[in-house]
Design a protein around this ligand. Sequence first.
Ligand code: BEZ
Length: 243
Amino acid sequence: MSWDTELYEARHNFVWKMGEGVVELLAPRAGERILDLGCGPGQLTQKISESGAEVVGVDSSPSMIGQARQNFPKLRFILQDAASMTFENEFDAVFSNAALHWMLDPVAVVSAVSKALKPGGRFVAEMGGKGNIQTIVSAIHEVVKKYHPLPPSRQYYPSVSEYTSILESHGLEVRTAQLFDRPTPLEGDAGMENWLKQFKLYYFEGLPPTALQEVISLLRPKLHKPSGWLADYRRLRFIAVKL
Ligand code: BEZ
C-alpha cells in the first residue's frame, strides 16, 4: 500500500498520540535495544528513544521510512518487511503500535519477532483486534458490492485466542492480552471522508465519486455524534515474553 504521508501526519496523528499509552506499557529503559515494528513516520520511535534506549524503526513503506528519516534524522530507520526480518537475539524489546493488522502473514511476523528478541525480551504491541471498524467495513461493502466483487481484505484483525496461540507457538509467553473498544475521534466534519481516502481508497478505485459519499451517508447516523465523527476502533493489546 502506498501512503499519503502528508494527509497521515496532518489528519491522522491520533495514531501515534493514542499509541503513547503503548509506549508506557513498554516502559523502555536507558541502554535497552528496542525494535519499533511498523514505525510509520517515526513519532513513537522518537518517544521511545527519549528514554535513552537505542531504537531501530522498521517499516515496509518507502514513503513512511522517507518521512521518518526526514522527521528524525538522528534515529535509525530501516526499510524492511517484518515477515522477512533476519535479526537474531538482538533486542531487549519489540514494540508495535497500529501496524500488525497490516501484516497479513502473522505467523512469519511473529516468528521473525521471536528470533529478533533476546531470551527474556518482551514483545509489547497494540493492533486492530477482532471486530475492529466493523461498522465502517460493513458500509463500504454494502456500497462497493453494487459495482464490482469485493477485493480481498488488506487487513487482519485477530481475536485474543488467535493471536496469542501464534505467540505461544513461537516461544513467547503471553503475560497479558486484552481486546477492547476504543472509539476514535476523526477530526472535523470531513473526518470520515479523510479517513476513507487515507486508508480505504483501494475499494473506490474506478468507482464514481458518489460511491464514497454513499458510504459516508450510511455511516452518518451510526458514527457521527454531537461531538463529531467517532470511528469504531477495537484494539488488541498484549505483552509477551520470549522464553
Ligand atoms: C486501525 O488502526 O485499526 C486501522 C487503521 C487504518 C485502517 C483500518 C484500521
